[in-house]
Ligand binder design. Structure first.
Ligand code: HEC
Ligand code: HEC
Length: 388
C-alpha cells in the first residue's frame, strides 16, 4: 500500500477512533432493544486475540472494544496512533512505546485489582493527563499565591428562574425546526458533506449520508484509494471498507455513531428512547443561554443537548462514551442553520474531543441536501457491490 493511501486509511480510522461505547453494559442491562437487535454473534463479539493477530495483554476483550480502548490511550497521552504503531500493520511490534504501553496496561490492571477492588479507578489519563511523560513535580505556580477571582465564572449554571419541562424545551426545538408536520414530511435525505477544512487538495474525501425514515441510515466515505461504509438497516448495524481489512469490523464507536446518524434530526430519539431525561440547568453558551437536556441513549452513552433558550435550536451535543479503560468525551457544535423544504438543519458541524491531532472527529460542512428522493432499502443492508 502506498504511503498516501495508508495515510488516508489512517485518517479514516482516526475519524472512527473517536467514538466509544460499552456494549457489554447494554447486554447486561438487557433493557435496550436496539442494541440487542443489532447484536449478532459476529466478528466484533469475538475475543480481540481471535480477530487481531498480536494481542498479548488485552486478551478476552471484545474485538469491537479495541478501537475505543486505543482511542482512549492515544488521547490520554496526547499522541497519535503512530506514536506506537508504524505503517499499515498495527500487529507488528516496531516501537519501544508499544512495549512500554503493554507494561503500563499490566500495571494499571494490577493497581486497580490490588487497591480498587478491580474497579476501573486508575487509568492512563490519571497519570498522563495528555502528556507522554507524566509530570511528577508540582509546578511552582501552584505554590505561588493566586489572585482572587473578582467575577463569578461565566460558564456554569446561571441563577434564577425555574427550569422548563423537558417537553417544553423539545417542543420549542421542533417548532424552531419547522414544526412536527413539516419534519414528518421529510421521509428521506441524502446529505453530501466535506471536511470543514480540506487538509490538502488531493486528499478529497466526500462523505454522503443516506437517511430513510424511521431509522435507516448509511454513511459512505469515499476518497481516492479508500472507501468505507457504515450502515444501519433498522435491525442491524454493520461496517465495511474497500480494503476488506479488519477495519471492516463494526467497532463500538462506529455503532454508537451510526445510531446517532439514524436520527433525521439530531436528538429526535430523546423523548421516546432515552432514559433518565431531564432539564438539568441553564448555561451560558457563546453570547446566549441554553437549556441543557441530559439523558442516557439506548446505546448507553450519557448525552447532554444544549438548546438555545431564545431560538429553541440545538447548539451543542455533548457525548460521554465508555471504553474499557475509562470514559471518553466528545462535543458536536451545530452552526449555520438554514431552511430547506420547510424545515431547518445545521449546515456546519464542529467536533471536538481530547487528544488534539488524532482525536477530533472531522468537522464538516454540508455541500448539498436532497430530500424525499426514493432510496432503495437494499442500500442500507450492505456495502455497494460494484466498489473495489
Ligand atoms: C501508547 C501506545 C499506543 C497507541 C498511541 C495506540 N496503540 Fe494500538 N496498540 C498498542 C498496544 C500495546 C497494542 C497491543 C495490545 C496487547 O498486546 O494486548 C495495540 C494493538 C493495536 C491493534 C491490534 C493489532 C493486532 O493485529 O494485534 C490495533 C488495530 C491498534 N492497536 C490500533 C490503534 C489505533 C487505531 C490507534 C490510534 C487511535 C492506536 N492503536 C494507538 C499501543 C498503542
Ligand atoms: C501510575 C501512573 C501511570 C499510569 C496509570 C500510566 N502511566 Fe504510562 N507512564 C508513567 C510514567 C511516570 C512514565 C514515564 C517514566 C517511564 O517511562 O518510565 C510513563 C511512560 C509511559 C510511556 C513511555 C513514554 C512515551 O514515550 O510515550 C508510555 C507509552 C505509557 N506510559 C503508556 C501508558 C498507557 C497506555 C497507560 C494506560 C494503560 C499508562 N501509561 C498509564 C506513569 C503512568
Amino acid at each position: 500500500m502506498s504511503e498516501e493511501i495508508s495515510r488516508q486509511v489512517l485518517g479514516a480510522k482516526q475519524e472512527f477512533a473517536v467514538l466509544i461505547l460499552f456494549f457489554a453494559a447494554c447486554v447486561i442491562w438487557g433493557r435496550n432493544a436496539i442494541a440487542q437487535s443489532t447484536r449478532t454473534q459476529e466478528i466484533e463479539d469475538q475475543p480481540a486475540e481471535r480477530v487481531f493477530h498480536n494481542i498479548q495483554v488485552l486478551k478476552g476483550m471484545r474485538a469491537g472494544d479495541l478501537q475505543g480502548a486505543m482511542s482512549f490511550i492515544a488521547s490520554s497521552l496526547g499522541v497519535d496512533c503512530d506514536h506506537c504503531h508504524r505503517g499499515e500493520d498495527f500487529g507488528q511490534d516496531l516501537t519501544k512505546e508499544k512495549s512500554r504501553a503493554r507494561e503500563m496496561m499490566r500495571m494499571v490492571r494490577e493497581i486497580n485489582e490490588s487497591a480498587f477492588r478491580g474497579e476501573n479507578e486508575v487509568n492512563c489519563f490519571t497519570c498522563h493527563q495528555g502528556h507522554q511523560n507524566p509530570i511528577s513535580l508540582a509546578p511552582i505556580s501552584l505554590l505561588a499565591p493566586t489572585e482572587r477571582k473578582k467575577e463569578a465564572p461565566t460558564a456554569g449554571p446561571s441563577a434564577g428562574g425555574p427550569l422548563p419541562a423537558v417537553e417544553e424545551v423539545l417542543n420549542h426545538y421542533v417548532q424552531a425546526l419547522g414544526g412536527q408536520a413539516a419534519l414528518d414530511g421529510v421521509t428521506s435525505r441524502i446529505i453530501r458533506t466535506a471536511p470543514l477544512r480540506q487538509q490538502n487538495e488531493d486528499s478529497k474525501t466526500v462523505s454522503i449520508t443516506y437517511q430513510k425514515a424511521p431509522t435507516k441510515v448509511l454513511v459512505s466515505k469515499e476518497s481516492p484509494g479508500y472507501s468505507s461504509w457504515v450502515g444501519f438497516d433498522g435491525q442491524r448495524a454493520w461496517a465495511q471498507d474497500s480494503l476488506k481489512s479488519y477495519w471492516g469490523i463494526l467497532n463500538i464507536p462506529q455503532r454508537n455513531s451510526i445510531m446517532r446518524e439514524s436520527e433525521l434530526y439530531p436528538g429526535s430519539r430523546i423523548l421516546k428512547q432515552y432514559a433518565d431525561v431531564r432539564v438539568s440547568r441553564k448555561e451560558k453558551i457563546g453570547d446566549g443561554e441554553a437549556y441543557v437536556v441530559e439523558g442516557r441513549s439506548p446505546e448507553d452513552t450519557t448525552e447532554e443537548f444544549y438548546f438555545d433558550a431564545q431560538s429553541g435550536l440545538l447548539l451543542r451535543r455533548h457525548i460521554l462514551e465508555q471504553t474499557v479503560f475509562g470514559k471518553f468525551q466528545m462535543q458536536e457544535d451545530f452552526e449555520d442553520y438554514r431552511g430547506i423544504g420547510g424545515v431547518k438543519m445545521a449546515f456546519v458541524m464542529k467536533w471536538s474531543s481530547p487528544g488534539g491531532a488524532w482525536g477530533t472527529r472531522i468537522s464538516t460542512k454540508v455541500l448539498e441536501v436532497k430530500q424525499n428522493e426514493p432510496i432503495d432499502d437494499k442500500r442500507f443492508e450492505h456495502a455497494p457491490a460494484s466498489k473495489p
